[in-house]
Design a protein around this ligand. Sequence first.
Ligand SMILES: Cc1cc2nc3c(=O)[nH]c(=O)nc-3n(C[C@H](O)[C@H](O)[C@H](O)COP(=O)(O)OP(=O)(O)OC[C@H]3O[C@@H](n4cnc5c(N)ncnc54)[C@H](O)[C@@H]3O)c2cc1C
Length: 395
Amino acid sequence: MKIAIIGAGPIGVEAAVAAQAVGHQVRVFERGQIADAIRQWGWVRMFSPFGMNSSPRGIARLRQSGAAVPEAADLLTGREYVSGYLDPLAKTLGDSVSTETSVLAIGREGQLKGENIGEPQRGTSPFRLLLREGARTDRERIETADVVLDCTGVFGQPNPLGTGGLPAVGEAAAEQRILRGLPDLELDWREEDDRARFLVVGGGYSAATMICELFRRQAGRAGGRILWAVRRAGALPCPLITDDSLPERDRLARKANALVADGEVELIAGATVAAIERTGGQLNVSLAIGEIQRVVAVHRLLGCCGFRPDQELARELQTQTCWATEGTYPLAAALLGATGGDCLKVPTPGAATLRHPEPGYFALGGKSYGRTPNFLIRTGLQQIDSLLAQLPPAA
Ligand SMILES: Cc1cc2nc3c(=O)[nH]c(=O)nc-3n(C[C@H](O)[C@H](O)[C@H](O)COP(=O)(O)OP(=O)(O)OC[C@H]3O[C@@H](n4cnc5c(N)ncnc54)[C@H](O)[C@@H]3O)c2cc1C
């Protein structure tokens, strides 16, 4: 089988290693560098130990190549995970991996989206992938494949800040002043930021990480202020998981909550962003808190409201995604009721739940969960094994 893998995050790289090991012909296309999404938050320490984020297959392959491998219990930063594991592992795939190569669209040779619905004929022609090579070129070409593994994750599409999941009024115009995801503040910190007012929006672990990092940077310096707006009403901005088996995750949530309890960070609970207005060097952010409207003037705004999958990429295929999560539909149904809470307790349903009506197209990894935030790399590794066991063997 000729397998095209889109995205060289942990799941794309591991899927390529696994598919190659059983004799499939593999091509990986990555729009940035290896593990580009993880590099963007590479300064953050992961909460699951290395043993959970790696496969025995990958480790064996790295050892064979002579590279040193982290210990199973190590809690690596994203950067260490990339440099100590994913990057060298991807190198063992040689020229099967093309970096700086974006997949723009996936279709089927000679068949439109609406044709041959449910017919075996649908699977008889190869996939066509439209690629763009290089970061700053418009050089495009077509690749074909028998199977497509869409491992593009969700990190490239941060959710907007506004009420109801829409962009807030004025959000687009203020884009240049909004930081999204988990930016490395080290790279972007200006002297005046020591005394700046920051507003962090979002109530998950990403927001908790940024709150702690902002406090660390401003601690002991007069004049700065950190505000934290969360949608939930209540005293604890970052909910705790009872008897959390990932101590690093628990420590983070407690630390961020303690900063609120100690008055170091001002919590604005039950709030959503209604509008953002640029005024000189500041942003006036209108927060809707029940019936009340409060406008806060801040210098910088951090959006930590989660991520969503790219729905355009496979638009010409017959895909089936959940209307609520945008994850692969049968999988989303199997996960129903397991949203929120502890990702360690979420079951890993089998390969049948990864199927789309389009034969040979599978979303693996973060994308298969869509907007559901509790995907773990370990789950993606299990998906790879169960899917490869279901594919026809390599010729
Ligand atoms: C701060 C932080 C800490 C985390 N800590 C942990 C942890 O401790 N344990 C854990 O299990 N999980 C953790 N996660 C979550 C974990 O990082 C993700 O679930 C995981 O990276 C998903 O892997 P993936 O390969 O599916 O997608 P990604 O890692 O997002 O990789 C997708 C890749 O696809 C590429 N791509 C996207 N679109 C295209 C395209 N059109 N063409 C070509 N390439 C494309 C991207 O550039 C990227 O390299 C953490 C996340 C964050 C933000």
